[in-house]
Design a protein around this ligand. Structure first.
Ligand SMILES: Nc1ncnc2c1ncn2[C@@H]1O[C@H](COP(=O)(O)OP(=O)(O)OP(=O)(O)O)[C@@H](O)[C@H]1O
Length: 246
């Protein structure tokens, strides 16, 4: 049975000021467990704003986001932070690794924050994650001793640390060379193929083409949803999966 990992219902994000601005304007989207979704669209169309809502980094003005069936709109800030820490992993264009920490210590940070594993088990998992991303020999190096692609892979290992249901990535290959871009593509594809859910904002058509679905945003709304292989879905706002309200 298909399981929904994340569901957005009529999401709106408005910025109020002298002039009010609607960044996200009524988005409905359900993303299945293990699905790889690419969010595309012109610059300024609201892709990052949508992604931040989906990853609970920002709160919607209207609408609901359910993570693994759990509604999030009425959670307190600390409850939201807890869901973020345990259910979501983040990768950005810039790696945001702590410069004074080694790769391993950076990967251990989310596990330490969650506080559910013993030190030895955390280190074992951190080393295994780094090893799985081809970074075994770089575990004790600091970010300034690594290439851009290696730093981004450490950031991906950190995002995976707490076995999150959903990986949210904003232009993860935007600052990388072709070879590192290819590695990061493959890693994200593998993550989804192994059952975690991946949602990526990208301007890169090659990355979007490797996603299971491409959600094209224009003016804060879904303009088109395309399945891998090119078939455009009939309705832009309905995902082919069951909706869970558990
Ligand atoms: N906090 C804010 N206050 C006012 N306007 C904002 C704010 N955040 C974003 N915007 C505006 O909202 C629109 C959508 O921004 P967003 O970053 O989501 O677009 P994007 O599609 O990710 O763009 P890009 O591809 O260039 O990164 C843009 O016009 C942006 O300038």
């Amino acid at each position: 049975m298909t399981e929904v990992a994340l569901q957005a219902v009529d999401l709106v994000r408005r910025i109020e000021g002298d002039v009010s601005h609607t960044l996200v304007n009524g988005i409905d989207l359900a993303v299945n467990k293990g699905e790889f979704v690419a969010i595309t669209g012109p610059s300024g169309s609201g892709k990052s704003s949508l992604l931040y809502l989906l990853g609970l980094l920002d709160a919607p003005s209207e609408g609901e986001i359910m993570i693994c069936g759990q509604p999030t709109s009425k959670l307190s800030e600390s409850e939201r932070a807890d869901v973020r820490l345990t259910k979501c992993g983040f990768v950005f264009q810039f790696h945001f690794l702590l410069p004074e920490f080694t790769s391993l210590d950076n990967v251990l940070l989310p596990m330490r924050a969650a506080g559910v594993m013993a030190e030895g088990a955390m280190r074992e998992r951190g080393l295994a994650l780094l090893g799985s991303l081809g970074l075994a020999e770089h575990a004790n190096k600091r970010p300034n001793q690594l290439s851009g692609g290696q730093r981004q892979r450490v950031a991906i290992a950190r995002a995976l640390a707490n076995r999150p249901e959903i990986i949210v990535a904003d232009e993860p290959t935007g600052a990388l060379d072709t070879k590192s871009t290819e590695q990061v593509f493959s890693i994200l594809r593998d993550i989804a193929d192994n059952g975690q859910t991946v949602i990526v904002v990208t301007h890169d058509p090659a990355l979007a083409a490797r996603a299971d679905r491409r959600v094209h945003i224009v003016d804060g709304k879904i303009a088109e949803i395309t399945e891998r292989g090119g078939a455009e879905l009939v309705s832009p706002s309905i995902a082919p999966c069951e909706i869970s309200h558990a």
